[in-house]
Design a protein around this ligand. Sequence first.
Ligand SMILES: Cc1cc2nc3c(=O)[nH]c(=O)nc-3n(C[C@H](O)[C@H](O)[C@H](O)COP(=O)(O)OP(=O)(O)OC[C@H]3O[C@@H](n4cnc5c(N)ncnc54)[C@H](O)[C@@H]3O)c2cc1C
Length: 377
Amino acid sequence: MRADSARVHGTWYAGEESGFIQRIIVSEFIVQKGYYNVESVPIAMKYETESRAQSNGTDSRISTSESFDVVIVGGGPAGSAVGVFTARYGLDTLIFDRGNSSLQRCAFLENYLGFPGGIDIETFYELIHDHATEMGCKLRSEFVEEVDQLDSGRFKITTQDDDIVEADRVVAATRYKSEYLRELNDEGEMFETRDRGGKQRNNFDCKYPDEDGRTPTDGLYVASPAEDVEIQVLSSAGHGSRVARTVIEDVRREHGFPDGISDYNDWMRRLGHGRDKESMRDKLRGKINRDLPDDVDEESLVEIRDSEVDRRLDRYLSQDKIEHRTERGHDRLLEHIDDDRILAAAHEIKSERRTDSDRQGETSERDETTGDHASNI
Ligand SMILES: Cc1cc2nc3c(=O)[nH]c(=O)nc-3n(C[C@H](O)[C@H](O)[C@H](O)COP(=O)(O)OP(=O)(O)OC[C@H]3O[C@@H](n4cnc5c(N)ncnc54)[C@H](O)[C@@H]3O)c2cc1C
């Protein structure tokens, strides 16, 4: 699966600028992924590629496969949540995940919404990583040693094994250690010294990022640690999604999205009965025009507006699609459940169904007998 994602991005960065070619390649990706958003991926990639070309004049990065829009350091609940959102928007996202983990220290998770009987940490970890990679993230089990900013403003991320990748944006999502950020600490504002039990400790200052995860270092965001929010897994994941929306909003602004439509949500809506996507297109176009600030020249934004209409349209699902996804979603969940538990449940269901049909058989036999008897009378 991961190779498909690499192929899509690889081909695109290799300079296939024809919308037709991208569309086919992305469609292949979608077919194999099963449900990916056909329209929005090429649109996001289109703007992304334009900004890459604009940002440094040349495009030396095109030749490297180790270049990402977003690198997330830490694949716990916060970092994985960031990745789900950024990858769904079409940003080429890499998650590094290794080292000290708060989640791994939990004995068992009983208070994460949606698991009535709780969930063991190993399965939960696999689920969040599967989710992030399914959405298009790459995930590497490597420890990030250092993040540095290049003159171009991009980031250079170095792992423990001296692997280097570059990224436009970095999201820090490591609950405990933030040592890898020290090189970015030019102004000395990122770390603070506190007295802990008589010893002076110089640690990451949780007030360095704002509540949306933005920091004074352009392109650097922090999802974890964050003041007050990483206390529970649920809130850590929630904060990750908020930081991801901040990242996406900044990307959209960079690509020319004005106030009114730069804000981003990832909502899937039901395509109302009797509605088709074409009729929705005009409605959405009108809505976006109304949301644009008065001083914006609508004509200059036609391309952006239409790409946004396409993106939003793709988020409308017909009843058929909802049913298809429901089935697939259940199948994907089953992949994470122990086979013996599935078999035990299947046996139980089978015997319940057998008992039900035996009972029905007995009832209809009795009815027939009673009916015969009644007609005899
Ligand atoms: C003992 C204990 C029990 C807990 N029990 C519960 C509970 O029952 N319910 C609950 O809701 N919360 C519980 N928590 C809190 C919960 O674990 C945290 O709120 C949550 O895990 C924070 O998520 P996070 O993604 O911010 O950090 P983490 O879960 O710590 O994830 C950070 C990830 O970053 C990776 N990482 C770190 N450094 C690097 C690096 N340099 N390079 C690459 N990757 C790196 C780590 O491997 C880790 O996977 C418990 C915490 C502890 C300590």
